[in-house]
Ligand binder design. Sequence first.
Ligand code: ADP
Ligand code: MG
Length: 740
Amino acid sequence: MFDPVRREPRALHHKTAPSYNAPMPPRPRSPAASPPKPTSPGERLGLRSDWDYALHLPLHYIDETRITPIADLREARSALVQARVTQSEVAGSSRRQLRVQVADASGTLELRFFHFYPNWSRQYAPGKLLRILGEPRAGLFGMEMVHPACRVAAPDAPLPERLTPVYPAGAGIGQAWLRKAIAAARARLDMREWLPAELLRRLHLPDMAGTLDLLHAPPPGTPLASLEDRSHPAWQRVKFDELLAQQLAQQQARAKRTGLRAWPLVRRAGPDRLETRLLAALPFALTPDQQACAAEIAADLAQDRPMHRLLQGDVGSGKTVVAALAAAQAVDAGFQCALMAPTDILATQHLRKLADWLQPLGVRVAWLSGAQTKRERDAALKLAASGEAQLVVGTHAVIQDKVRFTRLGLAIVDEQHRFGVAQRLSLRAKGMDRGGDEVREPHLLMMSATPIPRTLAMAVFGDLDVSTIAHLPPGRSPVRTRVFAADKRDAVVQRVRELVAAGRQVYWVCPLVEDVAPTVAAMPAQRESGAPARGRTPRRNEMLELRAAEATFAELQAVLGEDAAQVGLLHGRLAAARKAQVMADFAAGRLRLLVATTVIEVGVDVPAATLMVIEHAERFGLSQLHQLRGRVGRGTDAAECLLLFTPPLSAMARERLQALRDSADGFVLAQKDLELRGPGELLGQRQSGLQALRHADLQTDAALLESAREAALWLLRHDPEAARQHLHRWLGGRLDWLAA
Ligand code: ADP
Ligand code: MG
């Protein structure tokens, strides 16, 4: 029986043999010892409805359906043994253990318990017949089991007829409790099939009742490997259903969106149109890809349905100008446009660029950042609220409550994966125009330099149109990438010195500090999020990164001698104004060598920089390295990227660095990154959509995803009731994230 206050011995039993009930001594329950009733254990696992329980599927199985003779035991293969105790003793003084020797007709086995209740030695007294379930390992004196689950057995007690499931559990949640709760939930469910038989036949998928029977209680002889690697048809059915639910939800979100209204941003005709004037003023012509993307966006904007489009293109592909054209269309149609970027540096850069392009054409631009003074801010807020500012550029500050627009027609989000769903939603809400009797939403343009592989885009952004800039503007020579072990660092420093002396510009990227690992990709965004840089307690690894950067800065200044004044330092703890100053100095060529932490990761555009050195490159993710490298090679001069690593390299790090050396194609690298790291990290932790996938794996189930997408469309058209039921089963209350 489940007992939340049970202590260690129980937990250990579960580790080695989670399915078996070891005999436990009865313990008096003092009221003080039992904690206040916790939330239901199921809830702690995220299980609410009966369907949640039914879909809580085993990780693996234990075969208790047959007894294995001791002589046939194999190391590390869980097995059930029936044997008699021959000897039992408590040994050791400092670390006491209970050692029980058992024997059957074929051999002897030693059981060892490091945690045990005193009366166990009585229960396991010589002569007792035990059923023992555990993982054998080779001990000093033959086979042994550490902390097996045991129970005293009648010689002819029946064995279970099905394999025993082992469920994902959590602290204090026992297998016995889960098995009971899941069985009870399944018994309550109506298991009539709801998906059309024809669909299942076509996809060679079993029905759901059979699927769940098989997965929760496989009969002996079921090929366990195919259950455990999830290739079994029953698993295919579960994954298909999960993906189907997700696709249905996305279709639903799309349908809902088509019901929403936006102001059509109608383009004026004629040569004095803002877009035309902008194009004429640019120092370059748009590439065909840029033209195509701009046209797709322009057409969407002219509709009275809100656009919901992702503009994706590799670093340096020229997304900003496409965004500027969209902004021009909004302004020309008499609306406001807001542009939000995840970091101060990036937002400042957009401001500079867009102001350069649009202000001469008479567009009023306002700037909103968490780091500006109250006076600046109030002035900007006023400009936005009065409608005087036609373009408002900023960081997260743009979505703060106080910010009001008169007529927000278009919202642009750069590096959209750095923002959470909630943030995107609130930007859209800014534009809601409740003046008349209907609600109008702004059009939404999202930009990303992290090219998202197609399967992933489909799974996560099913409800999104995508425009892609596939080719870089002409005249870019690929960045020559080389990989060096850290013992070549001195030579690299010399190279930097020569280049700086020759008047070239160089980035030196300081390492990430290792223990930030799981959220590396998300961190700089949070750090730079527009919260004032002062007065915040820095994270420990942030401080370590800072110290590393400062040390490198000092070192390079010393090496550069008379050029020392041309070395700049940029890191996340600098105040925004200081950061902007350093960036401006570097952009203007007053600084030649920029020592930086990864604050420069996204979007920085200094075309004259031709060398990038990345220290401890092995600590960075592939996409992140690609982004960093994208800071050089933006001009026409040949550029170089030197990746320094500190041995030993893990196999994965080696693959990353090799991939980067061998490819400059962001899509190829993103695909590789997906293979190496999995989708969660690629998209950033806050891309909550992925958390909704419990069973399917986008790396292995791409084909199922395609089928699910087709099936979703078919089902919505031909059997909307089945679609509704299906969604309800799978997602229940978890539909929110799909709305953004
Ligand atoms: P990203 O897509 O990474 O945001 P940017 O918009 O910053 O790229 O563009 C990178 C650089 O390329 C900028 O200096 C920009 O002015 C320049 N650029 C953009 N489009 C073209 C083009 N069609 N021809 C030449 N240069 C271009
Ligand atoms: Mg950009």
